[in-house]
Design a protein around this ligand. Structure first.
Ligand code: 5CA
Length: 450
């Protein structure tokens, strides 16, 4: 993308309404603009990273064997009356009446709709197990929308629903989701810790929230520091393997890690004192097994082997895709702006032309721009007629991981400068070497095809 043709309305000043750094930087970098309280337009740069995260979520869901689909944002109230949640949901639900006087709502989640689709189409145990998911806008009329996309009213969420014949199969689906979520967050360069969550009346161990540690997080968390050393890494996962998924579940959920909602001071006291940590965290996902709760209220059954109708075991699993952008920025920034992990950066390499219109600089920048495009690296070429300082500030603000600076002085010795946003380190090399190096960095990390 040539910056002169792009739409990236950056702000020099800190917007007064933004209380936390991710909100400030998203506004300043021209990623979002507020349309109404808790509702945002996604400007091109914000939209680009939203798509990057969505792609990673899709890839990891499909890798785990889950099936993508798309349900509407607007739902009929009738299904929610059937499950009993139309009244129970309260003021958080945005209710709409159409011209025919029918009650509709803007979906805050989709358990009812997916249960209805499933029960109308699936009749036999032979078709199980199935996990269906979509990534779609949700609306919750939060009492206190705040911190930008972190607690919005309209937000982008992946929600998935598993349908299984019995509890062991449904618990495998639960474990499979836990593993696929760990992998999803790791790919985004985030450490998200599964923490035991409230399960309400169903009890048991079967709800976990995933929390990213950050000073500005809304939840207070208590954990054994050993849990922060765990990583899935690039180990091969067979998502059909019950024992392997259970093993990962055990590994990641055995060390103490809970939010204030489930915190147990006596259990926490058993963690070695030097490993007891208290911090704040951002909830970026939640998984939940709820047995036959919806099957009971909405009569979701299939025929078993003997032709007898049996209730289906279900669970639901969510990832806060738009909130993740806030979490990523909270975890990766400095005084100058965002520092995107390479895997999610909206633009992976930036080119700064120190003398726009220069006889020496322009052709080299064009060569780099085309070369990087051929590598699949999606470069951002700052070809504006602006001061060097402005160009550097904008590249730093929007968090481009690698920057190639092309100036007349360096070119006299056939040199450009390659700078890493995360470390601030620069190295001089020929334009061709800079191109090769960028290709190599992303090839080594397996990011060129993503
Ligand atoms: N039906 C279940 C699972 S699909 C469900 O809705 N779970 S949830 O309420 O925990 O939402 C899933 C994720 O969406 C949360 O972990 C959080 O990351 C994100 N989320 C929830 N509310 C908001 C909000 N108001 N703004 C931004 N993200 C949100």
């Amino acid at each position: 993308m040539r910056l002169s043709r792009y739409f990236m309305p950056t702000l020099k000043e800190n917007p007064a309404e933004a209380e936390i750094v991710s909100h400030r930087l998203m506004l300043r970098a021209g990623m979002i603009r507020q349309s109404a309280s808790g509702i945002y337009s996604w400007l091109p740069l914000g939209f680009k990273i939203l798509r990057r995260l969505e792609d990673i979520v899709h890839e990891e869901q499909m890798r785990a064997g889950h099936i993508p689909m798309l349900m509407p944002t607007v739902q009929s109230a009738d299904l929610w009356r059937e499950s009993g949640r139309y009244d129970a949901y309260g003021e958080e639900m945005l209710r709409i009446t159409d011209r025919g006087g029918r009650d509709l709502l803007y979906g805050p989640t989709n358990e009812e709709l997916i249960s209805d689709i499933f029960r109308n189409s699936v009749k036999s145990y032979k078709e199980l197990p199935k996990t269906l998911y979509h990534i779609q806008w949700k609306f919750r009329d939060e009492v206190r929308p705040r911190f930008g996309v972190m607690r919005g009213r309209e937000f982008f969420m992946k929600d998935g629903y598993n349908f299984d014949i019995d509890q062991p199969s449904a618990l495998h689906a639960y474990n499979r989701h836990l593993v696929s979520y760990l992998r999803t967050y790791e790919r985004m360069g985030l450490k998200a810790i599964p923490m035991k969550a409230d399960t309400g009346p169903i009890g048991g161990d079967y709800s976990h929230e995933f929390l990213v540690l950050a000073k500005t997080g809304e939840s207070e968390v208590f954990y054994d520091s050993a849990v922060t050393d765990l990583s899935l890494g690039d180990r091969a996962i067979d998502y059909d393997d019950y024992a392997q998924c259970q093993g990962v579940f055990n590994e990641f959920t055995t060390p103490y890690a809970r939010t204030d909602e489930t915190h147990d001071a006596d259990l926490f006291a058993q963690v070695p004192a030097d490993r007891q940590k208290t911090a704040r965290g951002i909830e970026v996902g939640q998984i939940f097994y709820f047995g036959t709760k919806y099957a009971d209220s909405m009569n979701v059954t299939v025929d078993d082997r003997d032709g007898k109708k049996v209730k289906v075991h279900m669970g639901s699993h969510g990832i806060g895709v738009s909130r993740l952008i806030g979490a990523l920025i909270e975890a990766n920034h400095d005084d100058n702006g965002i520092i995107w992990p390479e895997s999610v950066a909206p633009f992976r390499v930036g080119i700064v032309n120190l003398k726009q219109g220069g006889e020496a600089t322009d052709p080299v920048c064009e060569m780099l721009y085309k070369g990087l495009q051929l590598c699949g690296l999606d470069p951002l070429y700052d070809d504006r007629d602006e001061r060097a300082g402005t160009k550097f500030n904008d590249m730093d603000l929007i968090g481009v991981p690698w920057r190639i600076t092309v100036g007349p002085r360096g070119l006299k010795n056939d040199m450009v400068e390659l700078t890493c946003r995360a470390t601030g380190e620069s190295e001089e090399m020929s334009p061709e070497a800079a191109l090769d190096r960028c290709g190599q960095i992303f090839t080594d990390k397996g990011l060129l095809l993503g």
